[in-house]
Structure formats: structure tokens, C-alpha cells
Design a protein around this ligand. Structure first.
Ligand SMILES: CC(C)(COP(=O)(O)OP(=O)(O)OC[C@H]1O[C@@H](n2cnc3c(N)ncnc32)[C@H](O)[C@@H]1OP(=O)(O)O)[C@@H](O)C(=O)NCCC(=O)NCCS
Length: 216
């Protein structure tokens, strides 16, 4: 089934998806110049406390280079309704922006590197899409929290891009047991809790994480 949710912004020359449930909020790719607002977001103590990896200085550049091909192909496909949606792969909508275009949150999606089948990321990417598991990560500036923005963004990303365009079979998320907002969000979006594991944390010690799955 095709959907009109993925659009092309001619002025900014980029794809976007509007979050219908929260007027003014939009998913877009990262852009050159986003570094400062992302650094600001990641300096927020309640966000920094949850970060497993410290993003590198070239975070924006690296992410953009990973999705450039998908975006180019998408630009073409949106103008040609005959192009099958499933040509596209990867996740190019990492930024959540307000109506001024500022990055207020990040929603990431990557191939799951700790798959219980014991396969590498490369081996998983070689599997049929329906057998692949990808991991989601998200953070939202505290000024925008508690308004349904992240649950609507994740639901929209799943329904309008991940299912119809990527066609991967399963999503996963690892959430700390005391992160009530993130646990509630995962359940609201239909993830189910599988098990709780202790994982060594990058900044030292171990943390208890609930491992969640969602079949698509
Ligand atoms: C997790 C996070 C992205 C949620 O974003 P959000 O837009 O505020 O979430 P939503 O408004 O869509 O709410 C989702 C659910 O969480 C609940 N929730 C939101 N804030 C909460 C809080 N402080 N305590 C308990 N529940 C909370 C909401 O009530 C809602 O649950 P419901 O559907 O049962 O009503 C945001 O809190 C955040 O960025 N936290 C810091 C970074 C982080 O923890 N990332 C995830 C790492 S696994």
C-alpha cells in the first residue's frame, strides 16, 4: 500500500514526514549546521545520563553520508509513482524539528549489532528484510517532553517509512528499568518486554536494561 506521508521539500531539497498528531512537528534528515543544536540537546543532564555512546564530533556528517544514497533514490521515487517503495533502505529521518526548523529531538534506527542469533551486522543486512532486526534510539529536549511527540514520531516512522519502505521484520529497544518515560513509550507503541539484562555501561559499571521487541 502506498502512502503520501513521505514528501519532498523543494526549497530545502530534502524529504520529510509531518507528524500529523502534533502540528508543526516534522521528521527530516540531519542537515549541515545541526551540530550546535544537537550538542545542546545532548548536554541536557537528563539526556546525557541515558546515553550509551558519546557521539563523535562528526556525528552529523557521518549520519548524512550513511543515508545520502537513500535520499537521492527517494527524491527520484517520489516523482515517479511507478517506482516500487521497497527500493529504499536505511533510515533517513533522524531529526525531529519544530516549526522553526530547530532540532528538538533525535530518532535513530540502525541494524541491531547484538542479535541473539549471534550474527554480525553485515550478516544480518544480507538476510531478507523480513528477517532483519533494527534497534531504535530516541531523545527529546526536555522543553518538549510529555506532549506525545516521541510516541507519535516513532509510530509515524514505523507506519509511514519502516513498514512500507524498508520492510524490516522486527524492531528492538534496550531501556533502563528506571526510565519510566521510555518504558511507557515503548509499551504505548506496542513493543513487548522480552527479558532484563545487565550490560556493561560505556562510562563504567553495569546497568539493568529491559530488552523490548516489536514485530512489524
Ligand atoms: C523517553 C522520551 C523520548 C519520551 O518522550 P516524550 O515525547 O516525552 O514521550 P511521550 O509524551 O510520547 O509519552 C510517552 C509515554 O511516556 C509517559 N511519560 C512521559 N514522561 C514521563 C515521565 N517523566 N514519567 C513517567 N512517564 C512518562 C507518557 O505518559 C506516555 O505514556 P502513556 O502513553 O502511557 O500516557 C523523553 O523522556 C526523553 O528524551 N528522555 C531522555 C532520553 C531517553 O531516556 N531516551 C531513551 C533511552 S532508552
Amino acid at each position: 500500500m502506498t502512502s503520501n506521508a513521505v514528501q519532498w521539500d523543494e526549497k530545502l531539497d530534502e524529504p520529510y514526514i509531518d507528524i500529523v498528531a502534533v502540528p508543526g512537528i516534522r521528521l527530516t534528515p540531519l542537515r549541515d549546521g545541526d551540530e550546535a543544536s544537537i550538542a545542546k540537546l545532548q548536554r541536557e543532564p537528563m539526556i546525557a545520563a541515558r546515553m550509551y555512546t558519546i557521539p563523535s564530533d562528526d556525528f552529523v556528517k557521518k549520519n548524512m553520508s550513511e543515508v545520502r544514497e537513500t535520499i537521492e533514490a527517494l527524491k527520484f521515487a517520489l516523482k515517479d509513482p511507478e517506482t516500487p517503495h521497497t527500493f529504499a533502505f536505511g533510515y533517513p529521518f533522524q531529526s525531529i524539528r519544530n516549526s522553526d526548523g530547530e532540532v528538538i529531538g533525535l530518532l535513530s534506527l540502525r541494524p541491531f549489532e547484538h542479535d541473539p542469533r549471534g550474527i554480525s551486522k553485515e550478516q544480518m543486512l544480507a538476510l531478507p528484510r523480513k528477517e532483519q532486526t533494527w534497534i531504535v534510539g530516541y531523545k527529546l529536549h526536555p522543553a518538549y517532553q510529555g506532549k506525545g511527540i516521541m510516541s507519535s514520531s516513532l509510530k509515524t516512522a514505523i507506519d509511514e517509512w519502516i513498514k512500507p519502505w524498508m520492510g524490516v521484520g522486527q524492531l528492538t529497544a534496550g531501556i533502563e528499568l528506571d526510565n519510566l518515560a521510555s518504558l511507557a513509550l515503548a509499551e504505548r507503541v506496542g513493543f513487548r518486554r522480552e527479558l532484563v539484562i545487565d550490560i556493561p555501561w560505556t562510562t563504567g559499571g553495569t546497568r539493568k536494561l529491559a530488552h523490548y521487541l516489536k514485530d512489524l
